[in-house]
Design a protein around this ligand. Structure first.
Ligand code: SF4
Length: 399
């Protein structure tokens, strides 16, 4: 279970002021001392994360965040990190002190959480210290009252959490669910020098698993073996799935009427709104010298020669638009709140992040009226195959 990638785990994060008992609740849920419990306010600095299995839900990541009322420059940084975690969260647990009548900060955060669109559970803790508790919730969200100190209400808290977690939409099929069982998928997956030694990259692993789970059949080869692979096929594949970097070369070797897409496009569909991302790629044609592009990778890795984000995409886009484009590349969890000044956002495939996290990035770009796309769609557009690569998903309801 510990090997389930984070992108497939439901992310449940705890938010609240300092010393309201977030860490006690996290520890009660996980059954472990995940977070340090201290009477000293502000003892949780960086978000603390724990992967576990929550029955009957399955694999989850529990995240404890710093106090939302922390002070000073360091406190402001902690709050920024907590906000960043919120954008990656499927289920937000807002913990408050039932004995504190001031709920202004909680009401403000509820508004932010509501805008984010994920599920919310409010936990009023310390009921053993509170007198009569006034209703203060401005929104109709589930609420439980507990005392982490005495244990009162803790079972209700866990039941409410499980009930909300169970409302998560089931993971949609990456691609094979769109086809009947025993459909044939021809995979062309040359191994990039940047791929981890001895392993396939995650999108390839996930697509293979999805095909097997849906009773599909697989023929797989690297690009150099493609011609042999084609000769050995006893029937026309229902879908050809290729690494984006060889899309153009594969298209030249297969018949015009074979449906084809790329691993990165399948991932784009599983993470976000594919047709909006495709439209974002088409907006490259509107860029001019001086246009500013944000390239956002969702995890950090050592960049190598001919890196797709830092070299390939900037070079190809400059060639296409006549040059003079300006690129900022950022990697990791952070995604800027302020996107002003940019003309386009290009995301990586987002294989290490959840759909909710990727959609939050898309939402931010769309709210800033910025087109957003991803690496695979950019490559498909620059190489002239975008329409063909997304055609197989045109009528599917997720796109
Ligand atoms: S940069 Fe993006 S696509 Fe590449 S491994 Fe990280 S999350 Fe996956």
């Amino acid at each position: 279970m510990q090997t389930t990638p984070r992108s497939n785990r439901l992310a449940i994060a705890f938010f609240g002021r300092r010393n309201v008992g977030k860490s006690s609740l996290v520890n009660a849920l996980t059954g472990q001392e995940v977070s340090l419990i201290s009477p000293v306010a502000g003892s949780t600095a960086d978000p603390v994360q724990k992967s576990m299995e929550l029955l009957p839900i399955g694999p989850i990541t529990v995240i404890d965040t710093a106090g939302l009322d922390d002070e000073g420059e360091l406190g402001a940084q902690k709050i920024r990190r907590a906000k960043n975690i919120l954008s990656q969260t499927d289920l937000a647990v807002l913990v408050c002190d039932a004995s504190n009548p001031d709920k202004s900060l909680e009401i403000e955060w509820l508004g932010t959480m509501h805008k984010q669109g994920g599920r919310i559970l409010v936990v009023e803790n310390k009921i053993d210290q509170a007198g009569e508790i006034q209703d203060w919730l401005p929104l109709a969200v589930p609420k439980v009252r507990v005392s982490a100190a005495t244990g009162e209400g803790m079972d209700l808290f866990k039941d409410a959490l499980v009930a909300l977690a169970a409302q998560s939409p089931a993971e949609p099929s990456l691609v094979a669910g769109l086809f009947p069982p025993e459909s044939l998928f021809m995979l062309v997956a040359p191994q990039d020098p940047q791929a981890p030694k001895g392993r396939l990259i995650l999108p390839q692993v996930q697509v293979i698993r999805d095909i097997l789970d849906h009773g599909g059949l697989i023929s797989m080869a690297g690009f150099d073996q493609l011609e042999t692979q084609l000769k050995m096929l006893s029937r026309r594949p229902d879908l050809v799935i290729v690494d984006a970097q060889v899309f153009g070369r594969v298209v030249r070797l297969i018949p015009q009427d074979w449906p084809i897409t790329a691993f990165s496009i399948i991932m784009a569909r599983s993470k976000g709104d594919l047709m909006a991302l495709a439209e974002g790629a088409r907006q490259i044609d509107q860029l001019k010298p001086g246009s500013k592009i944000l390239i956002a990778e969702a995890c950090t890795h050592h960049s190598m020669k001919n890196d797709i984000a830092r070299e390939q995409i900037p070079r190809l886009m400059n060639e296409k638009t006549g040059g003079g484009l300006k690129f900022d590349v950022m990697a990791g969890n952070d995604f800027p709140d302020d996107l002003s000044g940019y003309d386009l956002v290009i995301s990586c495939g987002g294989c290490m992040i959840t759909r909710g996290h990727f959609m939050a990035r898309m939402k931010k770009a769309m709210q800033a009226r910025l087109p957003i796309t991803n690496f695979g769609l950019v490559l498909a557009h620059l190489n002239g195959y975008l329409d063909r690569a997304v055609a197989v998903f045109k009528h599917d309801r997720m796109s």
